[in-house]
Ligand binder design. Sequence first.
Ligand code: ZN
Length: 96
Amino acid sequence: MLTVPTTMKTGFTPITLDDYVEEHLHANPGVERATLIQQLEIAIGAYRAGARCQCGEPIWIIGSAQAGLGCFACITGQPNPDHDYEIDVADDDTTN
Ligand SMILES: [Zn+2]
């Protein structure tokens, strides 16, 4: 039986940090690249440290970078992601 290396949360579309930064900057021309990356790295660091939303769920990195640490449901008010992006931190670990 194969072991899946990443535990991507259900409903998310995994994306690398670099790819997400490009997508986000394309969609939001006014955003400063360095600021965006810094916010994402803070959220990734919190996620890797085991940070949880106040409701107990794992945090949603992309949303947490914008809105403060929280899970998808608490940040968006929707119960489940619908192919929303989430940073694939496992992939980032191996490339370093
Ligand atoms: Zn929550």
